[in-house]
Design a protein around this ligand. Structure first.
Ligand SMILES: [Fe+2]
Length: 370
């Protein structure tokens, strides 16, 4: 049936008015009704506006929701409406796009990382070394040479009875799921699948010299990988399609975002936070060590902070190190680039104390292996 754009001169105007007023139908359903009965259809936008203006009973003081009603119907065609916010001055609608079938098939076909059962936290005394890899933030187009250099360095220089590797998280940067960058130019060209693949490639690079090593390896999921879980929470239709299991952490033990992992008396987590505000602890590292009250290591924040204190002749250390990458973070601006980047080796760990920490900058690794 042909489409007649206007409503006023439509041959079935009275029928449409009856459906609107007495059956409670709105533009989308009325158009479906017309199509099913082989009647001339009408412009969706025109019907929505006309119906709201002429057929909807209004009480004094009612908001004019004509445009909102039309926008809602348009939004329904684009995807799932996740939120509608109304205020005196306007409204906003959040929509999660419907995924095309072929994209669903691609997501279902991505291999998932094998699950490794969690082990109880270990403790040892003497002859224990920890290698800490701060946030690596891999995504398409960012260099990953430093991951090869780190792998070679660990292979060449780290050896002990017990060696544990701890990646502090935010390896899969997941820029495609960034709520911070949504609606900005940075989002152009970002794709979930490309983010996953580039992270997996980077992780292979980090492991290239380590596959035969009998090291104890731990990967702590960060807030960037947690963007995947958040995307699913916001749209349950993505459940099983987007999953952190796409992040292939190889033979590393996986630890959930913000879980605290106790290794030889040192508490590791992507970050430690104030339980009343859920915000990561900030400020001077000495204050954080006092608040947390035990040896700890966290990532998440650029640069390097280190502190040690002695309680009853027992040493406690605090480390915040969240940058092991070469690229510049766009949100830091042109002046926000002068912070430490590198890996850390804790030698001679003894029940939470470490008298011999070693900070190895990315520049040193570059000089050694590039
Ligand atoms: Fe983080």
């Amino acid at each position: 049936m042909p489409k007649i754009t206007g409503v006023a001169d439509h041959p079935n105007k009275d029928l449409m008015e009856d459906l609107w007023r007495n059956q409670g139908m709105r533009a989308k359903k009325i158009i479906t009704y017309l199509e099913e009965h082989n009647l001339p259809t009408v412009s969706y936008k025109a019907l929505g506006k006309y119906g709201q203006r002429n057929w909807t009973e209004k009480k004094e003081g009612d908001l004019d929701l004509t445009d909102l009603d039309i926008k809602l119907q348009e939004a329904e065609d684009l995807g799932i409406i996740t939120r509608i916010s109304l205020s005196k001055t306007g409204y906003s609608i959040s929509v999660t796009p419907k995924l095309p079938d072929e994209q669903v098939e691609i997501l279902q076909s991505i291999p998932k990382a094998p699950r490794k059962p969690s082990k109880k936290s270990k403790s040892s005394s003497g002859n224990v070394t920890h290698v800490i890899i701060p946030d690596t933030q891999v995504e398409p187009g960012r260099p990953i040479d430093h991951l090869w250099w780190a792998s070679a360095y660990i292979n060449d220089h780290v050896d002990n009875d017990v060696v544990r590797l701890i990646h502090l998280g935010d390896h899969w940067n997941m820029g495609s799921l960034s709520s911070y960058d949504r609606g900005k130019g940075y989002m152009e060209g970002r794709r979930y699948l490309a983010d996953i693949n580039s992270g997996n490639e980077g992780f292979k690079a980090l492991n290239c010299e380590l596959v035969d090593k009998k090291f104890d390896k731990h990967f702590l999921f960060g807030n960037h990988e947690n963007r995947i879980n958040k995307a699913v929470e916001n749209d349950i239709q993505l459940d099983g399609l987007l999953t952190t299991e796409h992040c292939d952490t190889m033979d590393w033990q996986r630890h959930n975002f913000l879980d605290i992992v106790d290794l030889d008396g040192i508490a590791y987590s992507h970050y430690f936070y104030n339980p009343t505000t859920s915000k990561p602890y900030g400020g001077e590292i000495e204050g954080r060590l006092k608040t947390i009250g035990r040896s700890f290591v966290m990532g998440h924040q650029q640069g390097l902070k280190f502190a040690a204190r002695y309680i009853q002749e027992k040493q406690q250390i605090g480390i915040a190190a969240g940058s092991f990458y070469e690229h510049q973070e766009h949100y830091m601006g042109p002046q926000g680039t002068g912070y430490w980047r590198g890996i850390i080796v804790l030698h001679d760990i003894d029940n939470g104390s470490c008298e011999n920490p070693q900070f190895i900058s990315i520049e040193k690794l570059k000089r050694m292996y590039a």
